[in-house]
Design a protein around this ligand. Structure first.
Ligand code: KIV
Length: 282
């Protein structure tokens, strides 16, 4: 397979071929996603909550994001790799955004970055794109500023906020974003936004009309037990299986059935007898 480019992703819209995107935070999941032929691997700042135990995505730092992005990059050969700009890494000014966007490409071999926000971030998006850093937009429910939006709630339900989100999507496209994540918006609004812009939309809790779909991999696999948003489809529930395996290990160590002969190295000579003779002759 050949590594996907930003252009391949953008072209998918005209070809009517759906885009798949999932998150990864370490090399094992990255290898599995890559081998499964997922188009885009996102090192999402959901890492903060799902893998680092923070209560929101706000505390995670650039250095923490890069540490994980480097691991994900080592496991990926074919998917487009997108690094998520954490809160506070692009809001201060465009110089700061350029410095941190560049770090994702230079230090973690990412192909693109993602950042949250609509018209208010378009100037930054324009500067990043002009500097050669491909940008994925993210509107609707933007977890970094969920507090301002009244919590983790569906966005764009009334006419005024729907109009605002449509304007945000158009502005992001005009600023040069190569695709836009639509999070937690009504299916009808996602359909209209998708039909109104030339770059692909990638939905999460935004219905089937988007050009692609993204989920947090730990949700899809049933590995994050704290809460599961209603729009998530859990394709497998691994947590109980993992707990079962861990209990089996614990019980087998305690009752002596692990390790068995099968899991124990043999020696070429009868070391036990030879060592016992050694000690008895002293
Ligand atoms: O951080 C993340 O995982 C995301 C996706 C849910 C789009 O932003």
């Amino acid at each position: 397979m050949i590594k996907l480019t930003v252009k391949d992703i953008a072209d998918r819209k005209a070809l009517g071929k759906k885009i798949t995107m999932l998150t990864a935070y370490d090399v094992s999941i990255s290898r599995l996603l890559d081998a499964s032929g997922i188009d885009i691997i996102l090192v999402g700042d959901s890492l903060a909550m799902v893998a680092l135990g923070y209560d929101s995505t706000v505390p995670i730092t650039m250095d923490e994001m890069l540490h994980h992005a480097r691991a994900v990059s080592r496991g990926n050969s074919n998917a487009l790799l997108v690094g998520d700009m954490p809160f506070g890494s692009y809001q201060i000014n465009t110089t700061q955004a350029l410095e941190n966007g560049t770090r994702f490409l230079k230090e973690a071999c990412c192909d693109a970055i993602k950042l949250e926000g609509g018209t208010e971030v378009c100037d930054t998006v324009g500067h990043l794109v002009k500097a050669g850093i491909p940008v994925m937009g993210h509107i609707g429910l933007t977890p970094q500023t969920a507090g301002q939006l009244g919590g983790f709630k569906i966005q764009g339900k009334d006419l005024e906020s729907a109009r605002r989100l449509l304007a945000d999507a158009r502005a992001l496209e005009a600023a040069g974003a190569f695709s836009i994540v639509l999070e937690c918006v009504p299916g009808q609004l996602a359909e209209i936004i998708t039909a109104s812009i030339g770059v692909p939309t990638i939905g999460i809790g935004a219905g089937p009309s988007c050009d692609g779909q993204v989920l947090v991999t730990n949700d899809l696999l049933g590995l994050f037990e704290k809460f599961t948003p209603s729009f998530v489809k859990q394709y497998v529930n691994l947590a109980p299986q993992i707990k079962g395996a861990l209990e089996d290990f614990k019980n087998q160590v305690k009752d002596g059935t692990f390790p068995s002969d099968q899991h124990t190295f043999d020696s070429s000579e009868n070391l036990k007898t030879l060592l016992e003779e050694d000690t008895s002759s002293k």
